[in-house]
Design a protein around this ligand. Structure first.
Ligand code: BG6
Length: 470
């Protein structure tokens, strides 16, 4: 029988970006440096001492000055919601000041005004891979307990300012990625190879307490606010039916799930305590920390979904490319030009797993295909015939509908990089995700003009039909 995709009324269709990947204006209106300003190659090469001209994020796609035009294009597609992040270092340029930077705050007032004008709901990420650089250099990022206080001050400042008009908040982007990319994710300046397990797990504890604390602050300021955690969602399949492979997957899953288990259930799971013991890590837990975790759990769980991976207990297995985590390649799946394996069914699987585990509303806040696009001259001006992107999103959204039919509560779907932006892992412009093409290349050249791709019209029809045109 044919499956007819159905989405609930009020399903939040939209797109997602992050400040450091779109805004540019890295030193404008009092903004301080963030870690991204010294990461010209993402996570594929070490950071630099100072900002360097090859760093595409310094200008990015100049959303800082073009937000009105961009939001108008989102509105033309019919977006119900737009996920973006606040650049922490626009608000607290160093991160450890007591007074915020008013010009930074005013920028997000303008963005929110524009969204309101078009009836688009905001979904705001407090920390999306853009820790103030000073906090990385002077404190080694989240390894230092004082980060909790700085983050609380930042969270209170922005939630007091915008909390009457922003209902949905996320505390940390892909919080579980700190295991794989400590600088990007945790502002930890010590190179990964030299980072002691104790410091890594202490940083995780600080982030989890800060996340719970921000949830408390948000609910105090406005009880209607819904706060979510945000994790990398990657199904991990056993490479063979060997029980040792299945167990390897369970362990790899646990490493990821620990973060959302704490966010949802409010306590450290037994398997996590075992990991700490095996690594010889004794966490410093301050009085009140465990109560904070227990009392201020999240309202929903959000995640990014790009791919699945395999795992095996066998030593010899090769590592594939992928969404920060990487993993053992799956022989049954094709991959993107960047080696990320394409697995729409995995999205249905993980939605069901998360729902079965927590019974909390779920939000797919990132999904999409990073691909090279070719700009061609169309009847209405320059465009891209991105049928490959349409196919990717269509197939994934069919699986979201399947999960909804399975009984999973899904709040919405915001595709990643709804407008082309600088990629996170490799810091390229040529890895494009958008419905909107931005004229800029990997050398930084280009007019920054925006053009509608074929997927723009596809998504517009899809939203207008609430998913019926899949
Ligand atoms: C997620 C991040 O890891 O994946 C985004 O939250 C990122 O910031 C996205 O852009 C896609 O990854 P990439 O490396 O292709 O930009």
């Amino acid at each position: 029988t044919m499956f007819t995709p159905r989405f609930p009324e009020g399903f939040l269709w939209g797109g997602a970006t992050a400040a450091n990947q779109v805004e540019g204006a890295y030193d404008v209106d009092g903004k301080g440096l963030s870690i991204q300003d010294v990461m010209p190659k993402g996570i594929v090469a070490p950071r630099t001492e100072r900002p360097t001209p090859d760093n595409l994020k310094l200008e990015a796609i100049d959303f800082y000055h073009r937000y009105a035009e961009d939001i108008a294009l989102f509105a033309e597609m019919g977006f119900k919601i737009y996920r973006f992040s606040i650049a922490w270092s626009r608000i607290f340029p160093l991160g450890d000041e007591t007074e915020p930077n008013e010009e930074g705050l005013a920028f997000y007032d303008r963005v929110l005004d524009e969204l309101e004008k078009h009836g688009i709901e905001p979904l705001v990420t407090l920390s999306h891979y853009e820790t103030p650089l000073h906090l990385a250099e002077a404190y080694d990022g989240w390894t230092d307990r004082r980060l909790i206080g700085f983050y609380e001050r930042y969270a209170r400042t922005v939630i007091e300012r915008y909390g009457h008009r922003v209902k949905y908040w996320l505390t940390f982007n892909e919080i579980n990625s700190v295991l794989h990319a400590p600088l990007l994710s945790g502002g930890i300046n010590t190179p990964k190879e030299r980072l002691a397990p104790k410091d890594l797990y202490q940083a995780i504890h600080h982030e989890l307490v800060a996340s719970a604390s921000a949830t408390r602050i948000a609910h105090e300021i406005n009880p209607d606010i819904k706060v979510g955690c945000m994790v990398i969602g990657v199904p991990i399949y056993p490479l063979t039916p060997d029980p040792r492979d299945v167990l390897a997957c369970l362990k790899a899953d646990h490493a990821n799930l620990a973060f959302s288990d704490v966010h949802v259930r409010g306590e450290y799971p037994g398997y996590f305590l075992r990991t700490l013991a095996e690594k010889g890590v004794e966490l410093d837990i301050a009085e009140g920390d465990l109560a904070t975790l227990k009392e201020h759990t999240v309202d929903f769980v959000s995640f990014s979904y790009y791919m699945s991976v395999c795992d095996t207990a066998a030593q010899a297995a090769g590592q594939g490319a992928g969404n920060i985590m990487g993993g053992v390649p799956n022989p049954t799946l094709a991959a993107s030009e960047w080696g990320w394996q394409i697995d729409p069914i995995g999205l249905r699987i993980i939605l069901n797993q998360f729902w079965d585990r927590w019974g909390k509303p779920l939000f797919v806040v990132e999904n999409g295909l990073g691909a090279k696009d070719e700009l061609i001259e169309g009847p209405d001006g320059p465009t891209v015939e991105d049928d490959y992107r349409i196919a990717y999103m269509n197939d994934h959204l069919v699986q979201v509908a399947e999960a909804i039919a399975d009984g999973v509560e899904v709040m919405g779907y915001t595709s990643w990089g709804c407008i082309d932006c600088v990629s996170a892992s490799t810091a390229q412009m040529s890895k494009r995700y958008g419905f909107i093409y931005v004229d800029r290349d990997d050398d930084g050249a280009g007019s920054l003009a925006r053009y509608r791709k074929k997927s723009f019209g596809w998504y517009k029809e899809l939203i207008a039909s609430n998913g019926a045109t899949l």
